[in-house]
Design a protein around this ligand. Structure first.
Ligand SMILES: [Zn+2]
Length: 70
């Protein structure tokens, strides 16, 4: 549940590890500092939104870490 604090504007939540981080304003891509996955970011004014994974870097990570099976 979102609490909607104003200070959270510009933050996104990583869809992979669910930690919050703040991409630099206006960037096209941002990597999560917690898990390292890279995401495309879209902006509506100051609001950042994760759009989709950057597949090239996912492929790199998967190669490095091997696929996890759940
Ligand atoms: Zn993450």
């Amino acid at each position: 549940m979102e609490k909607g604090k104003q200070s959270r504007v510009g933050e996104v939540r990583c869809p992979y590890c669910f930690s919050r981080f703040r991409p630099k304003a206006g960037v096209e891509r941002a990597s999560c500092p917690n898990c390292g996955w890279e995401w495309y970011v879209s902006w509506k004014g100051k609001l950042a939104k994760i759009r989709k994974p950057v597949w090239e870097s996912w492929e790199q990570q998967i190669t490095e870490t091997q696929q996890k099976e759940d």
